[in-house]
Design a protein around this ligand. Structure first.
Ligand SMILES: [Ca+2]
Ligand SMILES: [Ca+2]
Length: 394
């Protein structure tokens, strides 16, 4: 999922990093409202594509998906695949993600999950709901992808349906640190990549004919973009179709990569040669090497440990936030947003203080954002099992 590096964190204080300074005096218009708690290490939240009243929360190590229906947490899990999901003490394994296809409903009862399995592989599977929409059929599992890892780290773990109807799947480099075998740049393996596949009705998949490396030899044609280390979270802007990939850095730089909706794929985001705009480990200008697509935003380890990618806000509740891309840092528990002006980041704002909950609640440790059917955003606190909704400040 992400790595904690407290020792290096301390070291990094002595290095200067390039970071757009955040606006300190932006008006407070948002608040974080606790909507549910009591989860065991939640990793994700989402709703059905057309129904924000049905929210699904994933638990990392229990392998459970829990349903919040009209604000009420249902006592029985929607799905429990704890016997398939691996989990570890350091938190990089487990149940990572859930995605509903855009046409989910009576005519298409399948949805997709991804997790690390007990053999160390990344798995993408389809499951189906039965006549009871609050309960998925465990026996309906159909495996779509299995990608073997190596070190049981850097799985990534995000999926999303693009505006083109294809399923995008992120996969980290698999470790170990620094990607010594150069998997990020090796187009003949699926590690360290963003994949793009078309899921068939029978839940097998095919490679879209317009994937960027189709027709080339010694490449995996599932690859849409490469040179990624651990793209734990990525998302499409639901209005524009632009793609934001938050790639967790090694010891130096956290970065947010960008593809406009017009992209035809094939971007090389530079890992393990580059780390952000610099070279792996810091220094130099490898991130802008010919052929590399540099991040649109980066920050060093004086201000963070592991970037948690979020969403471009497209909800109606908080008009002031319209069009802002939200992201967080897992280690520093900061929450920020910016405006992306055709690849140029402007108006970076730090919302950490603004989103500090009232009363005795605290956002302890962020594993993910979530976006519901209405475009409203959520914060997943893996630290003590809480789910917050970002709401207008009362
Ligand atoms: Ca990069
Ligand atoms: Ca908390």
């Amino acid at each position: 999922m992400y790595s904690r590096r407290p020792a290096f964190q301390t070291l990094c204080i002595f290095f200067a990093v390039t970071v757009l300074s955040a606006t300190a005096n932006a008006a407070k218009v948002m608040a974080a409202e606790l909507i549910a708690d009591g989860f065991k290490q939640p990793t994700y939240i989402c709703s059905e594509p057309n129904d924000a009243s049905r929210l699904y929360v994933l638990e990392r190590s229990s392998g459970k998906i829990l349903l919040i229906k009209n604000g009420v947490l249902q006592s029985k899990p929607f799905l429990n695949i704890g016997d398939r999901v691996s989990s570890d003490r350091d938190g990089e394994q487990g149940l990572f993600n859930l995605v509903f296809p855009p046409n989910f409903g009576p005519d298409n009862k399948f949805f997709y999950v991804c997790y690390s399995d007990i053999f160390g592989a990344s798995i993408v599977e389809a499951y189906k709901i039965g006549s009871n929409p609050d309960k998925a059929k465990k026996g309906s599992a159909k495996q779509i992808l299995e990608i073997q890892g190596t070190e049981n780290i850097h799985f990534a773990g995000q999926m999303a349906f693009g505006p083109d109807g294809n399923l995008y799947v992120g996969r980290g480099d698999g470790g170990p640190a620094d990607d010594p075998l150069g998997r990020g740049q090796d187009k003949n393996i699926l590690l360290g990549k963003l994949l793009r596949i078309k899921v068939n009705k029978d839940k097998s998949y095919k490679v879209p004919t317009d994937n960027p490396f189709v027709g080339q030899s010694n490449v995996k044609t599932e690859i849409w973009a490469y040179g990624l280390r651990n793209p734990w979270r990525f998302s499409f802007d639901r209005l524009t179709g632009d793609l934001y990939i938050a790639d967790v850095g090694q010891n130096w730089m956290e970065e947010i990569d960008f593809q406009p909706a017009s992209s035809t794929g094939g971007e090389n985001y530079g890992w393990n040669i580059a780390e952000g705009l610099e070279c792996q480990g810091g220094g130099g200008t490898c991130g802008t090497n010919a052929g590399f697509t540099p991040p649109i935003h980066q920050y060093g380890h004086t201000g963070g440990v592991a970037v948690i990618g979020g969403y471009v806000y497209r909800g109606n509740a908080i008009p002031e936030m319209q069009g802002r891309y939200f992201f967080a840092d897992h280690g520093f528990t900061t929450i920020s947003s910016f405006i992306n002006n055709a690849g140029t980041v402007t108006d970076l704002q730090d919302h950490t203080n603004e989103l500090e909950p009232d009363g005795s609640n605290t956002i302890n440790s962020i594993s993910s954002f979530g976006e519901d059917a209405d475009g409203e955003l959520y914060i997943v606190d893996i630290g003590d099992g809480e789910i917050y909704k970002i709401v207008p400040r009362p």
